[in-house]
Design a protein around this ligand. Structure first.
Ligand SMILES: O=C(O)CCC(=O)C(=O)O
Length: 276
């Protein structure tokens, strides 16, 4: 038994490259986080809109609290050990009845973080179901290295480049059904995707993308890290600070720099650069 995960969950993560569902908080508490996000979205539309949802944990306290949630961190510690940092985060919101989808991909393809044995907890703030476009994982694919990705820049594809892995057998894909307040955890090389949201509500998940064990490096862009637990060493790193309150000026400026770096990394070598 780990701090949060059972021995069986730990074994399954290593064998299959993901685990779900994991209870983090009650639905009511998740609804409270959702309300705080939607209030911020209404109050600060320039800083928080469909094309500006990266690294919100660096400027808004509700996302900073989620990034430091003890159950999430204990589960991460069960898988990565006691020393780890956070590289970034992405809020994935698919509007009701929208065509937006996420194509088959492996997170570590363009992130520039090495080695690839890091992970992403994805916490549901609204129900994540087949109808609302939950994530689907292909078990065991984290063991096979990086597959060729083709950049499509598809209009409804919410990945930066619309990157897609074709020629894969998706028949044994596992749908990750989560109630608000539950999370999944996936390995950086696990192939995954998600379909459009056919429900009447927003499908919202906060991806802590990703927690990386001490020793991990950013090899494309600037080496920003938010240390989370233990002794974190990432080479010549630039250490990030937590926001002390919503939109603390220093924190907003910090998020801006990190987002610019994020974009340079994710579009490194790309033929086209989109606005998210
Ligand atoms: O939220 C989604 O539908 C996709 C999220 C994703 O691809 C990820 O967290 O790595």
């Amino acid at each position: 038994m780990g701090k949060v995960l059972t021995q069986q969950q730990i074994k399954r993560y290593h064998a299959e490259g993901f685990i779900a569902p994991i209870d983090v908080m009650a639905e009511e508490e998740a609804a409270h986080y959702l309300a705080r996000f939607e209030q911020a979205e209404a109050a600060y539309p320039a800083e928080l809109h469909a094309e500006n949802r990266n690294n919100l944990h660096l400027s808004l306290s509700c996302f900073d609290e989620l990034a430091h949630h003890p159950i999430i961190l204990d589960a991460v510690e069960d898988l990565l050990g006691p020393h780890f940092s956070l590289w970034g985060s992405v809020l994935f919101a698919k509007e009701p009845q929208s065509k937006h989808f996420v194509s088959w991909h492996q997170d570590s393809t363009y992130a520039g973080v090495e080695p690839h044995d890091y992970l992403t907890p994805w916490i549901a703030l609204t129900p994540s179901t087949r109808q609302s476009g939950c994530m689907t994982m292909l078990p065991g694919t984290h063991r096979d290295g990086i597959r060729p990705h083709h950049d499509t820049y598809g209009a409804d594809n919410i990945l930066t480049r619309g990157q897609n892995i074709s020629d894969i057998d998706t028949r044994n894909g596992v749908d990750l059904i989560l109630r608000p307040g539950q999370m999944s955890i996936h390995h950086a090389r696990t192939i995954h995707a998600s379909q459009p949201n056919h429900s009447a509500y927003r499908r919202i998940g906060f991806a802590l993308q990703s927690y990386v064990a001490s020793g991990g490096r950013q090899v494309i862009g600037d080496n920003y890290w938010l240390p989370m637990r233990g002794d974190c060493e990432h080479g010549e790193m630039i250490e990030l600070q937590r926001p002390r309150y919503d939109r603390e000026p220093h924190a907003v400026a910090q998020r801006q720099k990190v987002n610019e770096n994020f974009s340079r990394i994710l579009y490194h070598g790309a033929k086209q650069v989109r606005s998210y």
